[in-house]
Design a binder for this molecule. Structure first.
Ligand SMILES: Nc1ncnc2c1ncn2[C@@H]1O[C@H](COP(=O)(O)OP(=O)(O)OP(=O)(O)O)[C@@H](O)[C@H]1O
Ligand SMILES: C[C@H](N)[C@@H](CCCCCC(=O)O)NC(=O)O
Ligand SMILES: [Mg+2]
Length: 247
């Protein structure tokens, strides 16, 4: 199937790894946009790793629930994620365990559906950027089809310089526009002294701005790393280069 970029603005939220806080950041951005009166959609092309409810025995997918809540449960969960699998594995591997395969066209059609529904779309990736998404494509390949500017979510602690720069390089090598990096304090137990110098170090090696440092259990709007202002996500999506931090 030939694909064309969506004509609506949006951001693709990708990670340096799984469990770095892509959903946490996606939902924070969605809540801010909704509070600003911007009709916002949330889309996850595929989701793996279900949880079974102890009482009802029903299965649910945490990411889908949280994304749905962040946009006030305005849309059916099938629109937020049309392809979900039980095993906590890369989606094509999880699909195979159920005798299924990821439907590549549905990944794209699921995104396209949002175009006439909302003013802004947030798309969360799966795992890190080189995580397999179908039998023969990676998350980064889907991002390259979608062509939304990318926000990279990275863990705040030691190791993040390498992970962030590798991720930016992989995205830029495929022609993607990386709008910013968000350092997310996922786990204070991992606390170490690299936190105070990571942003500056990353900035020495890439022109992609470190946009925000998100403290552990931060519940409010994300603040700009340098100015401490609330970030204008629509402007960032429309004009990513305006946000490049000048020395
Ligand atoms: N800033 C934060 N403060 C406290 N907890 C956080 C923060 N960011 C993330 N978490 C927690 O860390 C865990 C992993 O975060 P999250 O589910 O957002 O990761 P992810 O990158 O979306 O993972 P996946 O690849 O499965 O989509 C979750 O339990 C989440 O609530
Ligand atoms: C199970 C995880 N939570 C995640 C899949 C992560 C796969 C990582 C594969 C890898 O890079 O080794 N699923 C998801 O985001 O829907
Ligand atoms: Mg997630």
């Amino acid at each position: 199937m030939d694909v064309f970029p969506l004509y609506m603005p949006g951001l693709m939220i990708l990670g340096t790894d799984t469990d770095v806080g892509k959903t946490y950041i996606s939902t924070a951005i969605a809540r801010q946009l909704m509070s600003e009166g911007i009709a916002t959609g949330a889309y996850k092309p595929a989701c793996s790793g279900s949880i079974q409810d102890g009482d009802s025995g029903d299965y649910y997918w945490n990411d889908i629930e949280l994304l749905s809540e962040s946009i006030n449960q305005t849309f059916p969960s099938e629109r937020i994620c049309p392809q979900k699998f039980h095993a906590p594995l890369a989606p094509p591997v999880a699909a195979r365990k159920e005798g299924r395969q990821i439907d590549h066209d549905l990944l794209w059609q699921g995104a396209l559906w949002w175009q006439d529904q909302v003013e802004f779309l947030i798309v969360e990736g799966v795992g890190g950027v080189l995580c397999p998404l179908t039998e023969n494509t990676l998350v980064v390949d889907f991002a390259a089809e979608l062509k939304f500017p990318v926000l990279v979510v990275a863990r705040a602690g030691l190791g993040t310089i390498n992970h962030s720069l590798l991720t930016v390089e992989a995205l830029q090598n495929r022609g993607l526009c990386v709008a910013g990096i968000i350092l997310n304090d996922v786990d204070p137990e991992l606390s170490d002294e690299s936190r105070s110098s990571n942003a500056e170090q990353i900035q020495q090696w890439t022109t992609v701005p470190v946009l925000s440092f998100v403290p552990f259990e931060w519940q409010s709007n994300l603040l700009h790393h340098q100015t401490q202002d609330r970030i204008d996500w629509v402007q960032l999506a429309l004009h990513p280069s305006r946000f490049v931090i000048k020395e």
